[in-house]
Structures are given as structure tokens and as C-alpha cells.
Design a protein around this ligand. Structure first.
Ligand SMILES: *Cc1c(COP(=O)(O)O)cnc(C)c1O
Length: 369
């Protein structure tokens, strides 16, 4: 038994070292470091790879969500409906616009935003739906787009965990009016630092986001509106261009490992959230009623795990005043107490994946699910 770490960024950097060095070298030689040719090329290549009309790169995924909402005119007095089971950054982005995030329960089988939950909180202040494609598995976009259509409001997708995921053949992030991506190092397409992008259909919306990300300037030193500084630097863009070419094969590898886990863990009684074939398996999540003991027993066997996420957003101290109250979103609350993520990244070997399966099966003998 060698143990399997939860993540291994060095492995990817090692395997792409020559490409990364030459990408960085190109930027050093150009002498141009923020908003330049690498960023423009990456925006084109990203949009092309993910079937979007346009892509606007920004500083991180949180600001990708914030700027998409702001560019759509969403702000103080408005409500944005989102899931209670996500990275807190989803809701922080909404709060930065001045709008109020309204947390909704999850579907207990997929752990994605529940369409029935959305219906219950709609009111005249609701201006947008913000589904998260949690763990890389697309949310139920047919129902979500249907609700938005009926109500005449927009859908902005938090696709920060779902680069290249597909729903009914279309890429996550291109189903709503805008889709946010993050290039944080742990994501399916990760840079060597922070980064993000908004996938956009409409040229006017893309132009507005480009203005907002650069201080609201319409022209050099003319600030048409109060934007923010959220620009992707040229080094990140160059590195991401090199990595983008590998996204498809990385996704295939993630799917193969997820399948290996699914087969290996079938019949153990361990509950695994349902995914669709378009999922890109950002995380492989299982549920255990005594999660913390389960996690500790795996740690003793050298298996690294993490919890995504231990506190549902409506119970986070930062958001508790927004409601709902404890007990109001039971599926999200129960999931938060039971979920555990196993190691899953493209560089994980079959031998490592089998070691994880064997360790989980062994632990389940003394700690049944
Ligand atoms: C990572 C992530 C974000 C935030 O992205 P950053 O680049 O870290 O700002 C938002 N939502 C979800 C679901 C994420 O996984």
C-alpha cells in the first residue's frame, strides 16, 4: 500500500513542462503582460473549443459570475436563485453585484439545484437563475431554462467545475445567456494561478463584460461606468492555451476513472450521486452516513479525501442572515453531512484508482454505509 494523494498538480506540470516553458517564454519575449495577444487568442480558442460565440477572460471564476450578472443589469433589489450546495464563491459573486442570493434545496439523487425548489421561491424580484453544474455534472437545464423562459428571466450558468461537460449535446456554459468558468489550479482546466472566463452568446453582452472587467473603460482613460479590475494576465492565458489542447483527453481520462470507481464500488451499499453521460467528473463524490469516521479510516490507509462541501451555503456564517433557516433545505443539509470526494485527476493511474477502491471496500467492512 503506497497511499493515494487527493490531488497531484506537480504531475500535470511535469508532463507539460516543455509546453509550459515555451508558453511563458513567449510572453517574456513579448514584453506585454496584461490584456494582449495571448489573451485574445485564448478567448478565441476557448470559445471555439466549447461551442460558444465568444469568451471573455477575467481574473477568476467568482468575478466571471459577478460580471456576467452585472452586465445583465442585475444589482441591488434583485434576487438571484441558486443552489445551497456549492462553493461559497457562487453566492459571494451574487452579493458583490448588490443582488440577494436566494438559496434553494438540491435534488437528492444528483445534488444539483432542484427545479421544484426554484418554483417555490420565484417572486417579482427574481431576475436570474444561477444553476451550478456541481462536480462537473450538468444541472437539469431543460427544467431550469423552461422556468426562466416562462418567467421571462435569464439563466447564468456557474460552469466553474464543468469545462467541456455536455447537456443534450450542448456545452455547459452555453445553454444560458452566459456561463462562468474558473481556471483555478484545481479545476478541470486550471492555470498556474487564478483565472476565469465568461462564455457569451450575444455580442453586446460580451462587449459590456469586456468594459466592466477593465474598470469600465470604453476608451483609454475614459470610464463609461464603474467597473472593476478583473483581467487575465498574458502568462496565464499562454499557459491555458497550452493546456486547452489537452482538455478533451483529460476529460476522457476522468470519465474512465469515474467508471472504474463506479464498477469497483458497486454492490458495496455506498451511495454515489447520479451523473449523466455528459458529466466531466470534476470530483468523484460518495456519501456515507458516518462520513467523518469513514474519512479518517481512509486517511489511515493513506487515501486523501476532501469534503465538497461541509456547510450548505444557507448555514454559512457569512450568509446565515439571508435565510433560509436550519432544517429548511433538508437534502442539501443531509448531503453536506455525508459527502466525501475521492481522488480523481487525469494523472491518477489505474493502479492508484484500484488502491482507492480496495481501501474503500476494506473500510466499508467495519463501517458499513
Ligand atoms: C471554483 C468555483 C468558483 C470560483 O472560482 P474562482 O476562480 O476560485 O473564483 C465558483 N463556483 C464554483 C462551483 C467553483 O467550483
Amino acid at each position: 500500500m503506497k497511499g493515494v494523494p487527493f490531488s497531484d498538480f506537480q504531475a500535470q506540470v511535469r508532463s507539460l513542462r516543455t509546453e509550459i516553458d515555451s508558453a511563458i517564454g513567449r510572453v517574456l519575449d513579448s514584453g506585454w503582460f496584461v490584456l494582449g495577444p495571448e489573451g485574445e487568442a485564448f478567448e478565441r480558442e476557448l470559445a471555439q473549443a466549447l461551442g460558444a460565440e465568444d469568451a471573455v477572460c477575467v481574473g477568476n471564476g467568482t468575478e466571471a459570475i459577478q460580471l456576467a450578472l452585472e452586465a445583465l443589469g442585475i444589482g441591488p433589489g434583485d434576487e438571484v436563485v441558486t443552489t445551497s450546495l456549492s462553493a461559497a464563491f457562487t453566492a459571494l459573486a451574487v452579493l458583490r453585484t448588490g443582488a440577494r442570493p436566494v438559496f434553494v434545496d438540491v435534488d437528492p439523487s444528483t445534488l444539483n439545484l432542484s427545479p421544484e425548489g426554484i418554483e417555490r421561491v420565484l417572486n417579482p424580484r427574481t431576475k436570474a437563475l444561477l444553476p451550478v453544474h456541481l462536480y462537473g455534472n450538468p444541472a437539469d437545464m431543460t427544467s431550469i431554462l423552461g422556468i426562466a423562459d416562462k418567467k421571462g428571466i435569464v439563466v447564468v450558468e456557474d460552469a466553474c467545475q464543468a469545462h467541456g461537460a455536455r447537456f443534450s449535446g450542448r456545452f455547459a456554459g452555453t445553454l444560458g445567456v452566459a456561463g462562468a468558468l474558473s481556471f483555478y489550479p484545481t479545476k478541470n482546466l486550471g492555470g498556474l494561478g487564478d483565472g476565469g472566463a465568461v462564455l457569451v452568446k450575444e455580442a453586446g453582452l460580451a462587449a459590456r463584460i469586456r468594459q466592466l472587467r477593465n474598470g469600465g473603460q470604453s476608451d483609454r482613460y475614459r470610464h463609461e461606468e464603474a467597473g472593476i479590475n478583473s483581467r487575465l494576465d498574458e502568462i496565464q492565458a499562454a499557459v491555458l492555451r497550452a493546456k486547452l489542447g489537452h482538455l478533451e483527453s483529460w476529460t476522457a481520462r476522468r470519465r474512465a476513472i469515474a467508471e472504474l470507481y463506479r464498477r469497483g464500488l458497486s454492490g458495496t451499499g455506498l451511495s454515489i450521486p447520479a451523473t449523466t453521460e455528459g458529466a466531466v467528473h470534476h470530483l468523484f463524490v460518495v456519501r456515507h452516513p458516518r462520513r467523518d469516521r469513514f474519512m479518517a479510516a481512509l486517511r489511515e490507509r493513506g487515501i486523501g479525501t476532501l469534503i465538497h462541501y461541509p456547510i450548505p451555503l444557507h448555514l454559512q456564517p457569512a450568509f446565515a442572515s439571508l435565510g433560509p433557516k436550519p432544517g429548511d433545505l433538508p437534502a442539501a443539509e443531509q448531503a453536506a453531512s455525508q459527502v466525501l470526494s475521492l481522488p480523481l485527476y487525469p494523472e491518477l493511474t489505474d493502479a492508484q484508482a484500484h488502491e482507492v477502491v480496495d481501501a474503500v471496500r476494506e473500510v466499508l467492512r467495519t463501517l458499513p454505509a
